[in-house]
Design a protein around this ligand. Structure first.
Ligand SMILES: [Zn+2]
Length: 211
């Protein structure tokens, strides 16, 4: 029906074993519809046959539903409010905490004739759209000459910065530490202590008064 009307459609689902799900954005003509390819499912490394029994309804986990529903609504918000990257397909595997993403082109030999019609319309729309030229903006140079040899120099040296930030663990791509803990032993400031004088408290107080 969405193919007939050209209605953009956000679809989501949770598997029968309730440990995987997906969110899919279907733009008729632009991305694959259900007839183009069977719905994608995320491999959960569980044999579904072991879970399904005659007369027993499919498993359901509110947490999986929550994650998938939240992801779906998030994607709708991104689409409607125009921020971030809208996923065409986002899978969720609860067993491995794995979120695969991908996008699928529609099948030109789709069994749905409306889908094929939408694909033609999409191609026409794309062809009619003027190509956006990438204008390279040259960076403006503020000062052509530097008669006085003025430069910007960092106040802290590289070593000082390293010592202050402490060890940074090796992290996979896309993850950084919010802050680091400085090495305690290296940065200990020697505590200044007053040499022990043999004077009593009263004597010291008297000394203070005379100051
Ligand atoms: Zn299709």
């Amino acid at each position: 029906a969405c193919n007939e009307l050209g209605q953009i459609w956000m679809e989501s689902g949770v598997s029968e074993n309730a440990v995987s799900g997906h969110i899919q954005l279907i733009i008729p003509g632009e991305s694959a519809c259900f007839a183009c390819a069977p719905p994608l499912v995320v491999a959960a490394n569980i044999d579904e046959k072991t879970l399904k029994r005659e007369g027993v309804c499919a498993a359901s986990l509110p947490t999986t539903m929550g994650v998938v529903a939240g992801g779906g609504v998030q994607n709708v918000l991104k689409y409607l409010l125009n921020f971030g990257t809208v996923s065409y397909y986002l899978g969720y595997n609860a067993m491995q905490d794995f979120f695969p993403t991908m996008s699928m082109k529609p099948n030109p030999q789709c069994s749905d004739q409306n889908c094929r019609k939408q694909q033609e319309n999409y191609k026409k729309r794309e062809a009619a759209r003027p190509k956006q030229e990438v204008i390279e903006q040259e960076e403006e140079i503020v000062h052509e000459d530097n008669d006085w040899g003025i430069e910007l120099v960092s106040e802290t040296s590289e070593e000082e910065l390293k010592a202050a930030s402490g060890p940074v663990p090796e992290l996979p791509e896309g993850i950084t530490v919010a802050y680091t803990i400085p090495n305690k032993e290296e940065n200990l400031i020697p505590e200044e202590t007053v040499a022990d004088s043999e004077e009593s408290l009263e004597e010291l107080m008297a000394k203070m008064r005379n100051m």
